[in-house]
Design a protein around this ligand. Structure first.
Ligand code: GLY
Length: 320
């Protein structure tokens, strides 16, 4: 069997929410439309539920992807995003995030410390500055000026893991070792418009100053309202070297389905690089609400929410 789907209904809350929320959606979109829809990397049911709840309030995909990304950012048990994220090899938690809306607006932050919600800072960069990307100290200054709170994001658990790692001190990315990696979220809003977001603490115990794909528009996230959107997770260096999300959207523009486009973007990596020791997963959605996913290795999964029902689905992959 080429693809195995593991479906898990979320809590009774989700089912109840679906019943309560349906009438609003029915007013705002055609009964046959394949949107609104939320899709995110890995097993992120709570993020999707928050995104879905946001869609009930404003209907806007941009609000939904931000709301979804904020969930793992605030979760101390999530060791690869925001608060609780594993630090770099010098013990600093440094965060990367980006966001893009249906109009082609984009914002991002890189190498940001001490702020729980980099995705909201990225949105503020997009909406309140003439720039796309702010980095490091400048991003922190901007965040504080915008009213974001300065916090210690290094949890005791993350600090302990870092101190353990320091004993061996091997800088070696591993495949799927964490509960999940970077979250990328895509949504079609109630008008069918597309937005995307991505947020991460990056590679665990990375070099100080290392920035991955997650804050780079075109690498971790790309949206074009004529076509759809794509997002990435995994070892960012290879997403950066192939600009995977932009590539997927362009492939869809030229007629590929979301699934075909994700597969072709993975093949660009497989053909050029020694892919056997790392993981990349791509997700894509087109304007009809069709989605696709593909990864290099076994183990990538993603979360889909449609009509208030959330499912975790195992992605197909290249390395059988
Ligand atoms: N994809 C996350 C990172 O490489 O930083």
């Amino acid at each position: 069997m080429k693809r195995r789907n593991f479906i898990k209904q979320t809590s009774a809350f989700t089912g109840l929410a679906a019943l309560v929320q349906q009438p609003l959606l029915a007013q705002q979109s055609s009964p046959t439309a394949n949107f609104p829809v939320v899709i995110s990397t890995w097993k992120n049911e709570k993020a999707n539920e928050a995104a879905w709840a946001s869609l009930q309030k404003t209907g806007r995909a941009l609000d939904a992807v931000e709301a979804g990304a904020r969930v793992p950012e605030a979760d101390p048990n999530d060791t690869s995003v925001g608060y609780g994220g594993f630090p770099d090899r010098d013990g600093h938690v440094t965060l990367d995030a980006c966001i893009m809306d249906e109009k082609g607006n984009a914002g991002s932050v890189t190498f940001l410390e001490h702020i729980m919600h980099p995705i909201s800072v990225a949105r503020a960069v997009m909406e309140k500055t003439p720039h796309v990307m702010l980095s490091g100290e400048g991003a922190l200054e901007f965040a504080l000026a915008q009213g974001f709170k300065k916090e210690n994001l290094l949890t005791e658990t993350a600090k302990k893991a870092w101190l353990e790692w320091k004993k061996e001190s091997k800088y070696e990315p591993k495949i799927n070792i964490e509960r999940h990696d970077t979250i990328g979220v895509l949504a079609l809003g109630t008008k069918g418009e597309v937005s995307g977001a991505c947020t991460t603490s990056g590679l665990a115990f990375k070099m100080h100053g290392r920035v991955g794909d997650s804050p780079v528009i075109g690498a971790a996230v790309f949206c074009d309202d004529e076509v759809g959107g794509a997002c990435a997770t995994g070892l960012g260096e290879f997403v950066l070297k192939t600009l995977g999300s932009f590539l997927i959207v362009e492939l869809m523009r030229n007629g590929r389905t979301p699934q075909q486009a994700c597969e072709e973007a993975i093949m660009r990596i497989v053909k050029r690089y020694d892919y056997k020791t790392f993981q990349i997963g791509y997700l894509a959605i087109n304007k009809k609400g069709d989605h696709g996913a593909y990864a290099i290795q076994k183990g990538f999964n993603y979360t889909l929410t449609k009509e208030g029902v959330t499912k975790v689905i195992e992605s197909d992959y290249y390395m059988k």
